[in-house]
Design a protein around this ligand. Structure first.
Ligand code: F6R
Length: 606
């Protein structure tokens, strides 16, 4: 989730405005940054790896002259953080500069086509194909605007782009598909940005572009049209009364809730992981004699769900293991035949890295899933897949959990196909279900928000809570427990529902709250038994289950019904009500949901 900005003014240089916009966008990603203006008919570019202030101290962005420019702060998805991979990217003749936020699915195909036509690429990014594509269309005699439009028609994936060209220095051309893009309006000066935070200090009058829109932006006017047809369209001008802080949270009160609501998008981005890396990971998993899924905290809960996916889809046994226990528990027995799939959103968790260091010296193969390109984990792993979830600012994980689940499901499916363990019908069916997850998650957010918010008033008074689930829902129960506990400070217990009768049930007394996660899968009939056991001892039953499950609705004191979902994908939607519950209960208790006490986003101590 990079940040892009652009500015065109009738009077004076824009570098100061772009620099301020970059600072406001830094929260979206911060591994590198760059700026480009047009001055005296040439592109002037300054870009580098590092934090914006550090880069500015070295390169002095403010020395860039020109009344038109674009800027970028990067959160790497293709190509590690470096000077060459930093945006803006340019064409062969250095006439066109592009900044981009998003993930292009078909950049390799396009790159190969362009290389065959003698285009030279300098970076490892997906973005660099865009200026070269535009260059091709300009050579065919198209105007700058039409060349951008034709280029966009070839792109598959998500993008918000801002483009400038020395041959038409009186306009910025912008376009979007899925990634957000907003235009800010003031007399004789216009702004473009990935979000309002970048420009709110200059104007509160904005136009939000819609999916498939592009626009030609000059100091005086904004002309918006559809990318596919070129037909001009009108978009409403919105007047915002947001502060800069509110804008960086997208109008939400906290990052945690913003990130919960980003999940339909981040889940879609998770589905865009590059196939060749998935294949590489699949290859290693298939070769391993013993496979560990190693992680901490929320990422460990994702690994538990992953172990069900690997065994049920690909018939592969894997061992989820808490990173800090790995060396003691398995250290002596690992060997060259061991494969470790490390899952870490930050890629910097000390417990994970220490376990991996140990395993590396015993010749184990290390592969990874992470959200941060350039993190230590990406440097140690033989191969890795990125989650593409964008930076997560709330200390407690939300969107990165569901994107980890999606990547694990994609991997399990690949492995199943490679090992010939499931039929073509099952493969197609599971792929369809995966692709339907973004809209399903959106629906679940709509269904859950109100009733969960209401429930949080009651939950805020609890002294302790039980979370139970069977099968893959055990992973959901663990994550529900972790979220509610870390944000509300209420001690919580999570167990596999079947295990609860072997001890934990002694906790139950009249009115004790027990949450069941009970999708309509093979475990449901046993879950009913567990509910009965709890009810018989006076527990109050709160249940999240399938929307049409009459029997469960009858048995529960509180019930939330969710749409049907594939059993192995159920954690992706069943965790959402609990993320919301953690959030709203924290608010009820007047706690800060973005910064729970005693916690750090990245735990770099053992
Ligand atoms: C919980 C949470 C932590 C992290 C854990 C691992 O909400 O955020 O439990 O999941 O510290 O972090 P990563 O995934 O960065 O290794």
């Amino acid at each position: 989730m990079c940040g892009i900005a652009g500015c065109i003014s009738k009077h004076g240089a824009v570098s100061k405005i772009l620099f301020n916009a970059l600072k406001r966008l830094e929260y979206r990603g911060y591994d590198s940054a760059g700026m480009c203006t047009i001055n005296n008919g040439y592109l002037q570019i300054k870009k580098d790896q590092g934090k914006i202030d550090e880069i500015n101290a070295r390169l002095n962005f403010l020395s860039l002259e020109g009344n038109i420019g674009i800027a970028h702060t990067r959160w790497a998805t293709h190509g590690a953080p470096s000077q060459v991979n930093a945006h803006p990217h340019v064409d062969c003749e250095k006439k066109i500069a592009v900044v981009h936020n998003g993930v292009l699915e078909n950049f390799l195909e396009i790159k190969q086509e362009l290389e065959a036509r003698k285009h030279v690429f300098l970076s490892k990014t997906d973005t660099e194909v865009i200026p070269h594509l535009i260059e091709e269309y300009l050579k065919l005699g198209l105007s700058f605007k039409d060349a951008v439009r034709e280029a966009c028609k070839k792109l598959r994936g998500s993008y918000a782009i801002a483009v400038i060209c020395v041959e038409e220095p009186d306009k910025i051309v912008i376009a979007r598909n899925e990634s957000p893009l907003v235009v800010g309006l003031r007399d004789d000066i216009k702004f473009v940005a990935s979000d309002v935070a970048a420009i709110i200090e200059y104007t509160n009058k904005v136009i939000f572009l819609e999916n498939g829109d592009m626009a030609v932006v000059t100091p005086e006017i904004v002309e918006i049209m559809r990318i596919d047809s070129g037909v001009l369209v009108e978009r409403r001008i919105t007047e915002l009364n947001w502060t800069v802080e509110m804008a960086s949270k997208g109008g939400y009160l906290h990052y945690f809730i913003k990130e919960i609501y980003e999940q339909p998008h981040t889940i879609k981005e998770a589905l865009r992981v590059q196939e060749k890396y998935l294949d590489l990971l699949t290859e290693f998993l298939d070769r391993g004699k013993e496979i560990f899924l190693l992680a901490s905290g929320t990422s460990y809960n994702a690994c538990i769900a992953g172990s069900y996916m690997f065994s049920k889809l690909a018939r592969l046994t894997t061992f989820p293991v808490i990173a800090s226990e790995f060396i003691e528990n398995y250290g002596r027995s690992i060997s060259i035949d061991t494969v470790i799939l490390a899952v870490s959103q930050s890629g910097e968790t000390a417990d994970v890295l220490t376990a991996l260091d140990y395993a590396r010296y015993r010749a184990a193969t290390i592969i990874a899933i992470t959200n941060v390109l350039g993190s230590t984990l990406t440097r140690i792993a033989r191969a890795y897949v990125l989650q593409n979830a964008g930076p997560e600012i709330g200390v407690a994980a939300s969107k990165t959990f569901t994107s980890q689940l999606m990547v694990l499901a994609l991997l399990a499916l690949r492995l199943a196909r490679k090992r010939g363990k499931i039929s073509q019908f099952e493969i197609d069916d599971f792929s369809d279900k995966l692709n339907s997850m973004p809209s399903l998650v959106k629906k679940v957010l709509e269904i859950s928000d109100k009733p969960v918010k209401e429930l949080s008033k009651e939950v805020a008074k609890f002294n302790s809570i039980f979370f139970l689930g069977r099968g893959i829902s055990y992973a959901t129960a663990l994550e529900a427990r972790l979220k509610v506990m870390e944000l509300t400070y209420i001690p919580c217990i999570a167990y596999p529902a079947g295990e609860s009768k072997h001890g934990p049930i002694s906790v139950i007394e009249d009115g004790y709250p027990v949450f069941f996660i009970a999708p309509n899968d093979e475990t449901r009939k046993h879950v009913i038994g567990n509910i009965m056991e709890m009810k018989a001892r006076g527990a109050k039953i709160y249940c999240v289950g399938s929307e049409d499950d009459r029997e469960l609705i009858e048995l529960s004191d509180w019930y939330l019904g969710l749409p049907h979902v594939h059993e192995l994908l159920s954690p992706v939607i069943y965790v959402i009500p609990f993320q919301l519950l953690a959030y709203y209960t924290a608010l009820e208790k007047k706690l800060d949901p973005d910064k729970p006490r005693n916690l750090a986003k990245s735990v770099t101590v053992l």
